[in-house]
Design a binder for this molecule. Structure first.
Ligand code: CP
Length: 352
């Protein structure tokens, strides 16, 4: 595949890319990671280029990895707070002199810079599932420069890339790797579904043996699940869903327990806009926590993964996430966080 074929492309969802294209991105990420480790500068790649970043939600990793990445590639990342500009809004959601239609914002920024990155989920779209992804698609429809998804309400494609790069580094490839993505309890019921959905999409695309574990009521988007089935069939992996936390961990090479919201939190027709019902489902499953006992069920060479931020003492015990060296299973959560930098630099250098 010619790397040129990625130039100018939007990066909104992993399903927009072929497996070969994703493998190219991982190769470039590993090259850039090696160069950085050796002190070889690559600041000529995006010299003079600007990435506009619009964050409707908070962030530590995503904001800082994009900013650091653009600096290392020789460009500039410009942070935009939607409340300090005229908040980009879809037609029908506009407020005079307070918002600006997405089509107009996209066509102004594309005259000034080289890519637009956006994070939006949850409250800014009143928990209308898919509302944020539709807004990113609208940006992409109007923008002549690439639009990058820094997490919406359906996909977190850069997190997913960092996840599979971490797996590739730890296991040398994907064939035969048992990947368990599991729900875990959190005191917050407001975490989007994007991370687990992107994780299982990439894991099945790479042909791993994937288990999705969650209590009843925490189901993910049926379209994503159908795509995972299709990837598993195409790429000779497997995909199964379990409601048994400990059973799902048995023999796993990758243990990825994290909270996501329950379906009732979304607006109808997807959910019921029912925060109390959502809370009740969470409260029944406080025992879904990753501890040393959980890790002992996994393969001896297993890695613990989490996109971070994690809720220590709820999603995971301290002595799991902090075990980054020694014998047996290890936490790879901080390698995974670092890999955000490398995969994003790869995508930016290819599409911009
Ligand atoms: N994993 C992740 O996206 O982290 P932030 O919310 O800090 O960006």
């Amino acid at each position: 595949m010619k790397a040129k074929s990625l130039r100018g492309r939007d990066f909104l969802a992993e399903t927009d890319f072929t497996r070969e294209e994703i493998e190219t991105i991982l190769d470039v990420a590993q090259d850039l990671k090696r160069e950085r480790a050796k002190g070889v500068p690559h600041d000529q790649l995006l010299r003079g280029k600007t990435l506009f970043m619009i964050f409707y939600n908070q962030s530590l990793r995503t904001r800082n990895s994009f900013e650091a990445g653009m600096t290392q590639l020789g460009g500039h990342a410009h942070y935009l707070d939607p409340d300090k500009i005229y908040t980009p809004a879809m037609e029908g959601r506009e407020v005079a002199y307070s918002t600006e239609r997405v089509s107009d914002v996209a066509r102004v920024l594309d005259r000034m810079g080289d890519a637009i990155a956006i994070r939006c989920y949850g409250d800014p779209v009143d928990w209308e599932y898919g509302g944020a992804h539709a807004m990113l698609q609208e940006f992409a429809r109007w923008s002549e420069i690439p639009v990058l998804n820094m997490e919406d309400d359906v996909y977190h494609p850069f997190q997913g890339l960092a996840d599979i790069l971490t797996v590739k580094e730890k296991f040398g490839g994907f064939k035969g790797v048992k990947f368990t993505m599991s729900w875990a309890y959190s005191p917050s019921v407001h975490k989007p579904r994007a991370v687990p959905q992107s994780a299982i999409l990439y894991a099945t695309m790479m042909g791993m043996d994937v288990t999705l574990a969650h209590p009843k009521g925490m189901e993910l988007d049926p379209k994503i699940l159908a795509q995972c089935e299709a990837y598993a069939a195409t790429y000779s992996g497997t995909f199964r869903i379990s409601n048994d936390f400990e059973g799902a961990m048995e023999g796993a090479h990758v243990v990825y327990p994290k909270a996501w919201c329950a379906t009732p939190i979304f607006q109808p027709p997807v959910g019921e806009s029912d925060g109390k019902k959502t809370q009740a489902i969470f409260d029944e499953h406080k025992d879904w926590i990753c501890t040393q006992r959980t890790m002992a069920l996994a393969d001896q060479s297993a890695i613990y993964m989490h996109c971070l931020p994690c809720d220590r003492g709820f999603e995971v015990a301290n002595d799991v996430i902090d075990k980054t060296s020694g014998t047996g299973w290890l936490s790879a959560a901080f390698d995974e966080a670092e890999n955000r930098l490398h995969v994003q630099k790869a995508v930016m250098s290819l599409v911009m």
